[in-house]
Design a protein around this ligand. Structure first.
Ligand SMILES: C[S@@+](CC[C@H](N)C(=O)[O-])C[C@H]1O[C@@H](n2cnc3c(N)ncnc32)[C@H](O)[C@@H]1O
Length: 203
């Protein structure tokens, strides 16, 4: 059996290479409409975890709606390096609230019930969703919310999940507030996707 630490290392190397080869087309994006929607609907937040924060664009926006702290994690050290540079250009009140660090959603180092909101955009389809949902639920307070945006049937990393696969895992730990599906004919990298958005409340 392949040790978990080896798989984690392989994922980390893969994503880090994407950044190093300048293929992370999402780092120059503007604040996502979903991020604005989530903040409008679910803020004010006290403690937030953003999974797969990349360059921090959405992290800094969510920080404006967060009273205490937002932790942005990404599996790629290079992404965190870029995000930290970007954070240094943010106003001091944002800098004070944001922590950026390398981390894997499948194995979070945070305490149980540490956050009242978890946000993740375009990440979980490349992870082991059995582990990811379990970890997200563990770190959320009861009644905490999560907004998770994934792509359906992605072939990346040999993972391929349907909307039903995502819901089956999510429903083990969450009440589903709302789901929506969106066709993305061409993302910033020119790829087409079907996006699936889950708004969840921790049981
Ligand atoms: C497609 S990008 C999306 C980034 C950002 N959320 C956005 O929408 O612009 C996916 C990000 O998730 C990170 N990632 C992939 N697997 C991860 C994992 N298991 N834990 C945390 N981050 C992960 C990648 O390094 C990458 O930065």
């Amino acid at each position: 059996m392949i040790p978990v630490s080896y798989l984690f290392e392989a994922e980390k190397v893969f994503w880090n290479e994407v950044y190093k080869k300048d293929q992370a087309h999402w780092i120059d994006k503007s604040i996502s409409n979903l991020t604005k929607y989530a903040c409008k609907k679910y803020s004010p937040f006290k403690n937030v975890l953003e999974v797969g924060c990349a360059a921090g664009v959405d992290t800094f926006y969510i920080a404006e709606h967060t009273s205490k702290q937002i932790i942005g994690i990404d599996i790629a050290p290079k992404a965190i390096e870029i995000a930290k540079k970007n954070l240094a250009e943010q106003p001091e009140k944002i800098q004070k609230k944001v922590i950026l660090e390398t981390g894997n959603v499948e194995n979070l180092k945070y305490q149980d019930k540490q956050f009242d909101f978890v946000y993740s955009l375009s990440v979980l389809h490349s992870t082991d969703i059995t582990k990811s949902f379990k970890e997200i639920k563990r770190v959320l307070i009861s009644d905490g919310k999560a907004v998770i945006y994934v792509y359906l049937k992605e072939k990346e990393h040999n993972r391929s999940y349907s909307d039903q696969d995502f819901l089956n895992e999510a429903k083990k730990y969450f009440e589903v507030i709302k789901t929506s599906t969106k066709d993305i004919p061409s993302d910033a990298g020119g790829d087409n996707h079907v996006a699936f958005i889950m708004e969840l409340r921790a049981n």
